[in-house]
Design a protein around this ligand. Structure first.
Ligand code: PEP
Length: 255
């Protein structure tokens, strides 16, 4: 199996002015210019993407969009396309973050269209899945995740697995200050991995990178990243602070 390089992604959500985003990107580039043992990616708001891309070019730090629309151009006021993300310098994009699903009504079908757009352009898709608290309490976690995976990944070829990443983000842990336990994370990651290979027929030879997201902080990242099933983390709030984000990246280097 091809090795699964740990991946640490900072999702800045709707935070940071262009100058702040550039300062943070510059600091990251200075700290991680020669790091080969962890892949670091940041997802600033759309307004900062191009400026940040100029700072990241020639560095190993990657750039992600947080969202896009699945049409390539046209009368879609307020949207940007995947071509535009690529043009702005992105090699990655988040797709189906729970905030997009719950606040902006994104369905698994919409997410699937976006996944195909990213694949067509060679952009690595970070596909977010996860259950709400109500679903967990009703013991529906595995059903919910299975549906999100089967619909979200529909129509992808078996070998496409190196071009996308799954982020397991239990909705109840996002921005909550309380993370899922390493045991809970491990159980779901194992389920996802097994479902990708046995259920959906993706190539086991290549391996799948499965990240955890939900209140990852410097004081819990090491423990989460040491889990065999965890290939990296998607970090929201703690990625806005340079020291915290670096501490999380460093824990991935040590894991
Ligand atoms: C996220 O937004 O993807 C996330 C995991 O947020 P936080 O780390 O703040 O919980």
């Amino acid at each position: 199996m091809i090795s699964r390089l740990p991946l640490v992604i900072g999702n800045w959500k709707m935070n940071m002015q262009v100058s702040q985003a550039c300062d943070m990107a510059q600091s990251l580039v200075s700290n991680y210019s020669a790091t080969e043992d962890v892949e670091v990616v940041i997802a600033p708001p759309h307004t900062s993407l191009y400026s940040v891309s100029q700072i990241l070019k020639d560095s190993p730090v990657g750039l992600a969009g947080q969202n896009f629309y699945y049409e390539s151009n046209g009368a879609f006021t307020g949207e940007v396309s995947i071509d535009m993300l690529k043009d702005a310098g992105c090699g990655f994009t988040l797709i189906g973050h729970s905030e997009r699903r719950s606040m902006f009504g994104e369905s698994d079908e919409t997410i699937n269209k976006k996944v195909h757009c990213a694949m067509d352009l060679g952009i690595t898709a970070v596909i977010c899945v996860g259950e709400t608290l109500m679903e967990r309490e009703a013991e529906l976690t595995l059903d919910v995740i299975e549906t999100q995976l089967s619909k979200g990944l529909a129509g992808l070829s078996g070998d496409s697995i190196s071009n996308w990443v799954i982020a397991y983000e239990p909705v109840w842990a996002i921005g909550a200050g309380v993370n899922a336990t390493p045991e809970q994370v491990s159980e779901i990651h194992k389920f996802i991995r097994n479902y990708l290979f046995q259920g959906l027929g993706f190539s086991e030879r290549i391996g799948a990178r499965i990240l955890y997201g939900g209140s990852v902080k410097p004081d819990n990242s090491g423990q989460l990243l040491r889990e065999k099933e965890v290939d990296g983390v998607l970090v929201g709030g703690a990625s806005l602070d340079f020291e915290s984000f670096c501490a999380i990246i460093n824990s991935a280097l040590e894991s």
